[in-house]
Write a protein that binds this ligand. Structure first.
Ligand code: ARG
Ligand code: ZN
Length: 882
């Protein structure tokens, strides 16, 4: 156990800073074995803050810094205190200039936070608290400053020197060194600072804004990646246009730059005018990237671009408000993707992800509100709750206000708070003021953790021609929150007659017709809605488009679900009905298997699949979504006690059984999709590939050598990575040893020089549910291309194994848990943020049967007993055991 426990920070303790920093002038001298950082800060007392008599001390944040010198108003200063986290001095005047020089070692920075080296280039990651690892500063988002940055480095190795804003001057120094100065006219918090130095090549384009300004667009990558940037550039231009059209937001600087780096903790970072990206979120090309990767690039480019308004122009007052920018921006990027692709399919993907992952977080030991009220390490709160649930909360506001009202609200928000650091309350207030709305109860979505359950019952009164829906909501207790109050739950719904037609809706006692679809606002713990003039008992279509992030339950029979899957006019709910039936069938099979009884296929599920397989009018991507069984992770989340082996067995059995029953339909549709073979990256072509490869996955379960040959042929002949990879996945998860090995070897030889492609190779093997998974992963750790120092590699191998390969990770002897704990301990010394993320699968121990629980707890305890644990890992592990 550590001796001193890291300290918890509370939202309720927020206070304004004692000082502001109006101007920040930085000079970086970059060398191979160190960097010197010279800062000159214009500091001013915050006179709006009530002060005690004496002028308060100035406490600057700083970590892992070597302090070289301090000057106050150009005089050397010796009267200051330095400790592990800060530099404290006592100014005598209300405004002054402070000049500080620090020495740091970017080449030894393995945490990838602050200034570090990725391959041959220097780059930064400052959000949330990385700037304090560069120099002493008021490293908090409510301190906004105008930055001027000069970068000095060797011209040969680092011809490209970048920072935020516009280049204003450059020149040469002796010894082959050169320098460039950048000036960012927009005051910003330090977390948006960025610097890049490297030997990079440039893809350049331009965009003309809605007021006719021409913006210089630049994507910088390492020379070998030059050919892989077109899709990112195209996505950027579409994002810029979309934000003008949908939100009225125009870009503000003259240059917008994206730089791709290989070693990056997260997806990307929205630094003002200089976005830094994980290369996995920039590079995409037919031969090397899957359709999923293409969509991810499009979404992340958009996300970071949209931050320029929702995050940069209006930023967060403190890190508890993280969802102010992240929830809103995820909502914005998901709507963008919906507009660029199929809206229904995008919604299905997002909901599937949310339910399998965020719901699990909400039910686990790290559960926290969208606006947390305390944390030890803020890096641990870049979570699915803050991002994805936060986006759902904004989506509900959009649903309640309608598109027009929501736009009025965001216009007011941007206008009122431009240039400020604000809170989630300010966001809500702007939406309220612009619409005359009252969201005081709605705000519980920001303060209460946990996923509400919404139980619905119905009653039809033929005599009165009335149909009653009764709602009961309940949110389970979460750490620190035992009691919850009712939340506002918007339920988009319709009522269907026996032909599947939507009935006109009218509430009993009211004259107004609501049309065929409406949004009910459930606000009470128990609440009823009565519909009038209903001539026959309808079937309700509830929570259309997943209008609230809740667990809805209505006593649908399997026949009801079949009916909805075939007839609901709402595409999302058609999918939801098929999904609900598949969940019900699988949960039944798990129980039957555990009772040792033989399994039987419910023909109703096969029947739905048969119907959609024959429906050539339906979007091919929708067909693929409907015939995809719920994931093991989702079934684990839904279970009170998850029996991983039984879940895996039942799901695999069902897949194989469906494949056998539907063999000819699957094969026929598969063959029909072969004709349209010419590659294109548009939505239709992606939809075809998605369906084709889903079909291939099923067909491979039919033990037919002809199919195996077909799969091998697809692997060899594919002209794109989506088809090639799908074939590889099918082979790797098959029992056919020879073609599997041959394909893996061939793939590794062909793509050895492409790190992102090799990430896929690692990840596909890590995810293979064939027996011996742990041994395979251990062997792959020794592969020359694997390294713990690259987060993408860690995610591809260790992350994929622990999160996606449930049968192998949860093997009964606990070896999977021990392996993961060892890697966490090892990685914590290099990169605490990545180490802490790997704890998630162990933190979910309460979900599993008691033998597994014990083994998982043991490993958590072993991690906690490790010397010099980072606050990141300490927080997640200690909360998991609490
Ligand atoms: N703001 C970035 C984004 O979502 C993510 C930064 C993550 N930083 C971190 N320390 N976890 O676009
Ligand atoms: Zn973001």
């Amino acid at each position: 156990m550590r001796t001193e426990q890291p300290k918890t920070i509370y939202l309720k303790d927020y206070q304004q800073p004692d000082y502001w920093i109006d101007e920040t002038q930085l000079t970086f001298e970059l060398f191979e074995d160190h960097a010197l950082v010279h800062s000159r800060l214009s500091i001013r007392l915050n006179d709006a803050k009530p002060q005690a008599q004496a002028q308060p001390p100035l406490v600057l944040d700083g970590q892992l810094l070597e302090l070289v010198s301090v000057e106050l108003d150009d005089q050397p200063l010796s009267n200051y205190q330095v400790d592990d986290d800060s530099l404290t001095l006592q100014p005598q005047t209300a405004s002054f200039a402070l000049a500080i020089t620090t020495r740091i070692e970017p080449q030894n920075n393995t945490a990838l936070e602050g200034l570090y080296k990725s391959g041959g280039m220097f780059c930064t990651q400052c959000e949330a608290e990385g700037f304090r690892k560069i120099t002493y500063y008021l490293d908090r988002p409510d301190v906004m400053s105008r930055f001027t940055t000069t970068v000095v480095a060797d011209r040969g190795s680092y011809p490209v020197l970048l920072s935020n804003g516009n280049p204003i001057a450059s020149g040469e120094h002796d010894g082959g060194r050169h320098w460039i100065s950048w000036e960012d006219p927009f005051p910003k918090p330090a977390y948006l600072f960025a610097l890049v130095a490297g030997d990079l090549c440039l893809l350049q384009d331009s965009f003309t804004t809605m007021t006719g300004r021409e913006i210089d667009l630049r994507i910088y990558v390492e020379p070998e990646n030059r050919e892989q940037c077109d899709h990112a550039m195209d996505s950027l231009k579409r994002s810029m246009r979309w934000d003008e059209e949908v939100y009225g937001r125009e870009y503000d600087l003259d240059i917008f730059m994206i730089v791709a780096v290989n070693d990056f903790n997260m997806g990307a970072m929205e630094n003002k005018g200089l976005n830094i990206f994980n290369s996995s979120c920039v590079l995409a090309q037919q031969d090397t990237a899957t359709d999923m990767a293409f969509q991810r690039v499009e979404a992340v480019v958009a996300h970071e671009y949209f931050h320029n308004w929702s995050g940069n122009r209006v930023t967060c007052r403190d890190w508890f408000q993280l969802s102010l920018k992240e929830g809103f921006t995820v909502f914005r990027d998901s709507e963008f993707s919906a507009d660029m692709n199929s809206r229904t399919v995008k919604r299905i993907e997002d909901v599937t992800f949310l339910r399998a992952n965020q719901f699990a977080e909400d039910a686990g030991p790290m559960a926290h509100p969208v606006r947390p009220d305390s944390f030890i390490e803020i890096s641990n709160f870049y979570t699915l709750t803050v991002y994805e649930k936060g986006a759902e909360v904004v989506r509900m506001l959009h649903t309640l206000l309608g598109a027009e009202g929501f736009r009025k609200g965001t216009d007011l928000y941007f206008e009122r708070h431009d240039g400020q650091a604000v809170t989630c309350d300010d966001f809500i207030k702007a939406l309220e003021d612009a619409n005359g709305a009252d969201f005081s109860q709605f705000k519980r979505w920001y303060s209460q953790a946990g996923t509400p359950r919404l139980d619905v019952a119905s009653h039809y009164d033929a005599a009165r021609r009335e149909y009653r829906l009764s709602f009961r909501q309940h949110c389970p207790a979460t750490p620190g929150q035992s009691e919850k109050r009712p939340q506002v739950i918007p339920v988009r719904m319709a009522l269907l007659d026996s032909a599947g037609q939507e009935l006109p809706l009218q509430m009993a006692g009211e004259q107004q017709s609501l049309g065929n679809e409406t949004v009910l606002s459930v606000t009470e713990a128990e609440q009823e809605f009565v519909f009038a003039n209903i001539d026959q008992e309808p079937l309700p279509s509830l929570l259309r488009g997943f209008s609230a992030p809740v667990k809805l339950s209505y006593p649908y029979s399997r026949d009801d679900r079949v009916f909805l899957a075939k007839h609901d006019p709402d595409g999302f709910n058609r999918w939801e009905a098929a999904q609900g039936l598949a969940v019900d069938v699988l949960q039944g099979l798990v129980e039957i298997h555990r009772a040792g009884r033989p399994l039987h296929l419910d023909q109703r599920l096969a029947d739905i699949y048969r119907t959609v397989l024959a429906d050539t009018a339906l979007d091919a991507a929708m067909v693929a979504e409907i015939i995809r069984l719920p994931s093991e992770a989702y079934l684990v989340e839904l279970a009170d006690t998850a029996h991983v082996d039984a879940i895996h067995f039942a799901r695999e059995w069902l897949r194989a059984e469906l494949a056998r029953s539907l063999k000819s339909e699957l094969q026929q549709r598969f063959d029909s999709l072969q004709v349209s073979a010419h590659y294109s990256a548009d939505a239709d072509a992606m939809a075809m590939r998605s369906l084709k490869n889903t079909l291939l996955g099923y067909l491979m379960l039919t033990d037919d050598q002809a199919v195996v040959q077909q799969c091998v042929r697809q692997f060899v002949e594919a002209d794109n990575m989506t088809d090639r990879q799908a074939a590889l996945v099918a082979l790797v998860n098959s029992p056919f040893e020879q073609p599997r090995q041959a394909a893996l070897e061939h793939f590794a030889e062909r793509w050895a020089a492409y790190p992102l492609v090799m990430d896929q190779w690692f990840s596909i093997q890590a995810g293979s549910t064939q027996p011996g998974g742990l041994e395979r992963v251990e062997a792959l750790m020794q592969h020359p291309l694997f390294t713990l120092r690259n987060p993408n590699k860690v995610r591809a191998l260790i992350g994929a194994f622990a999160n996606q390969n449930l049968v192998n990770f949860h093997r009964a002897d606990g070896a999977g848990y021990r392996f993961l704990a060892d890697r966490i301990i090892e990685l914590d010394r290099l990169n605490p943020q990545i180490a802490a993320r790997l704890v998630t699968p162990l933190s979910r121990w309460r979900k599993f049967a008691s033998d597994r629980q014990q083994l998982m707890q043991q490993e958590l305890a072993r991690i906690l007993a490790t010397e010099k644990l980072s606050p990141d890992v300490y927080e997640v592990v200690s909360k998991s055991l609490a």
